[in-house]
Design a binder for this molecule. Structure first.
Ligand SMILES: Nc1ncnc2c1ncn2[C@@H]1O[C@H](COP(=O)(O)OP(=O)(O)OP(=O)(O)O)[C@@H](O)[C@H]1O
Ligand SMILES: [Mg+2]
Length: 235
């Protein structure tokens, strides 16, 4: 089982959409668990979880429910643990067993765990990072990306020095010269971490959100999905 955190220092860069669509793509050939660690619960919304669930991620963190009990089937090969809007109230000391240990109980059941993060590191987020093998920092190709990526890398390394860090650039509009310029600089600064592929700006994302379906179920196949699948194959 591989646990991957989808993170960023900046909000609104596409984490939840990437987490969801990456999980859907992985679930074509693997058993996947999605976890929503964001109090905004965008992932829970995007994934269009309609059924009422007895437990959510906060119950798991407080050890009131097991991962098995809290996860619900979303689609074939894909389960989700719903978010909770009060997750920021969670204090690490209140948990008897850490999240990493809790996840080992389902090690045999899933091939991948994908965790969607809020753009800040509260108690629950720290638990999520500790439990992860890899963190994918989602960023845009812009001036502030360098500062945001650096501070995210610093945080990740403090929380878990051995975590494998990758960077995925989203929302790329190659018609813009500045975007091209920053992308080139990003490649130079983070040659090992940056995925060669980037996700283009695409109406497929708002469209799929509106229709409450993953990218692959749109009536056309977006380039963004082809690129996301190339990233998926490197995980
Ligand atoms: N490549 C893209 N092209 C166009 N729109 C995109 C792209 N990626 C994401 N979006 C849109 O950007 C908005 C923000 O996306 P999303 O909610 O996934 O970001 P986020 O990083 O999870 O935000 P937050 O930090 O608030 O959790 C959504 O409306 C989504 O449809
Ligand atoms: Mg989000």
């Amino acid at each position: 089982m591989k646990t991957i955190s989808i993170v960023s220092r900046k909000g609104g860069v596409g984490k939840s959409n990437i987490a969801y669509n990456l999980a859907v793509e992985l679930s074509q050939k693997n058993l996947v668990l999605l976890i929503d660690l964001d109090p905004q619960m965008d992932l829970t919304c995007i994934s269009h979880l309609i059924m009422k669930t007895k437990y959510d991620i906060l119950d798991v963190l407080y050890n009131d429910a097991t991962i098995e009990e809290a996860s619900v089937k979303l689609r074939n090969n894909l389960e989700i643990i719903k978010g909770n809007e009060n997750i920021n109230q969670f204090q690490m000391e209140e948990s008897l067993t850490d999240f990493k240990t809790l996840l080992t109980a389902v090690e045999e059941r899933f091939d991948y765990v994908i965790i969607d993060f809020p753009p800040n590191m509260m108690g629950a987020s720290i638990q999520g990072i500790v439990a992860s093998d890899q963190a994918i920092i989602v960023s845009q190709s812009e001036k502030l990306a360098f500062k945001n990526i650096d501070s995210m890398i610093d945080d990740l390394k403090i929380i878990k020095p051995e975590i494998d860090i990758r960077i995925l650039i989203n929302n790329v509009d190659m018609r813009r010269n500045l975007t091209k310029k920053y992308l080139k600089q990003l490649r130079k600064k983070y040659p090992n971490e940056l995925f060669e592929e980037y996700i283009p700006v695409s109406s497929a994302f708002p469209n799929s959100n509106h229709k409450k379906i993953p990218l692959r179920e749109l009536s056309w196949w977006p380039k963004a999905l082809t690129e996301l699948r190339k990233v998926m194959k490197q995980l």
